[in-house]
Design a protein around this ligand. Structure first.
Ligand code: ATP
Ligand code: CA
Ligand code: CA
Length: 403
């Protein structure tokens, strides 16, 4: 099973029951939400649907291995969001809940969240804190409006918000909130370098001293590594303009909804280095139906390899693919828009942290000893400005090679 990213979860694993319940709940809830699409109304942003699962099953829920309760938040809104993001309903169900190989990404963050990939790696399930859950509900309307107006938004694409409630021990119950979102990284292309960028420098370094060069692709580097490695996002003038304009609109939403602590997750694939053999094998389990690229193109809404090479004038002629020309990646280009060897897979992640009292206290505490601009807890406006500045300064125009 070397081809799998993350750890495969099977029966007996600590989180197997939780993961099993999450998927069972999504499958039933999403299949139920299949009537004719209609205009959303204010009620849809408050609606929740509850399902109760047990061994016996009933007319609403099929029999389930375990007893648990499932709550689906604003199902119609998320259905609409999936449609805006071009996710085919049958495809979604199949990917998220079809005969799954569920794999867990460990807990990559400090927050204690768990991450799971769908079987084809297109989707990520992230367990979230109750405060993040409340935050998403609170901003759902703004978020929905934003993605409707900005189909190329770089902010995480949320496809569902759910909760499972299950027996924990004899006395207790365990409530787990989670979101389904897009995996920024494609399963069939090696990501050679990965950065998580916040625009702050305080503690923002991954120590690579003890790492082999070949292990670099396995870790997530941070702001100080980015600066030390003199990394830049290389875009020609038009692409740069479009990218920064989108980023600016996205950040202004994040400021408005008073969140901070988010980052630009950036994966770099270098076509010169290409893929390892393992990655090519991974492609064969990428789609449950077929390993054939031709079929994958039809089943992946982002259009895998729609354009492996983008012509000089594609910005004018193929505007709709600006961020999706490479199954969600953006090709690096020089000042003449000729392609360079990197493809970037990027997006703004972890954007549900409200600038709450806790953060306010942290700001006061840290401000006592540190320069305010280097610490990561700042009010949303300052955080957003600093973030935007950092990414702007990290984006350059590369001279074209003379021919
Ligand atoms: P913390 O709050 O400590 O930063 P967290 O638990 O909130 O951690 P995130 O910051 O959301 O976690 O993500 C942690 C890591 O998981 C990222 O650096 C990235 O490597 C991976 N990751 C998160 N979201 C995605 C995504 N949408 N696509 C691909 N990888 C992701
Ligand atoms: Ca984070
Ligand atoms: Ca977080």
């Amino acid at each position: 099973d070397k081809v799998l990213i993350g750890n495969k979860i099977t029966e007996g694993h600590d989180n197997f029951v939780m993961a099993y319940n999450m998927l069972t709940g999504i499958r039933v809830a999403v299949s139920r939400c299949s009537g004719i699409m209609r205009q959303l109304n204010a009620e849809d942003f408050k609606t929740t649907k509850k399902l109760s699962f047990n061994i016996e099953g009933n007319e609403l829920t099929p029999s389930s291995k375990y007893d648990f309760k499932f709550k689906d938040y604003c199902p119609e809104v998320f259905r609409d969001l999936r449609s805006i993001f071009g996710i085919d309903p049958a495809d979604y169900l199949m990917s998220v809940t079809g005969k799954y190989i569920l794999s867990e990404l460990g807990s990559p963050g400090k927050s204690g969240s768990f991450f799971y990939y769908s079987r084809d790696y297109r989707f990520i399930i992230k367990t979230i804190h109750h405060s993040e859950h409340k935050q998403l509900l609170k901003i759902l309307k703004d978020y929905h409006e934003h993605v409707k107006a900005n189909p190329n938004t770089l902010i995480s694409q949320f496809y569902g918000l759910h909760r499972v409630k299950m027996p924990y021990s004899k006395q207790g119950i365990r409530k787990v909130h989670f979101v389904v979102m897009n995996n920024l990284f494609p399963p069939h292309r090696d990501i050679h370098l990965k950065y998580d960028l916040k625009g702050s420098t305080f503690g923002r370094k991954f120590n690579t001293d003890s790492l082999d060069k070949s292990d670099l692709s396995k870790v997530t580097l941070k702001d100080l590594n980015w600066v030390e490695n003199k990394q830049k996002i290389k875009f020609g003038p038009e692409k740069r303009k479009l990218f920064l304009e989108q980023l600016e609109r996205d950040v202004s939403l994040l400021k408005k909804i008073n969140v901070m602590d988010y980052s630009l997750l950036l994966g770099v694939h270098d076509v010169k280095t290409g893929n390892t053999k393992e990655t090519m094998q991974r492609l064969s389990i990428f789609d449950p139906i077929s390993a054939e690229k031709r079929v994958l193109m039809n089943t992946n809404p982002r259009g895998i390899d729609l354009a492996t090479y983008l012509p000089n004038n594609y910005i004018q002629t193929r505007m709709q693919y600006i961020f999706y020309g490479h199954d969600g990646g953006i090709r690096a280009t020089d000042e003449r828009n000729d392609p360079l060897s990197e493809i970037y897979y990027l997006g703004i992640i972890d954007c549900l942290t409200n600038y709450s009292l806790k953060k306010k206290l942290e700001t006061v505490w840290r401000s006592l000893g540190h320069n305010r601009s280097t610490i990561s807890s700042l009010p949303a406006k300052e955080y957003g400005d600093r973030f935007l500045n950092f990414i702007k300064n990290s984006t350059t125009n590369v001279k074209a090679k003379s021919q």
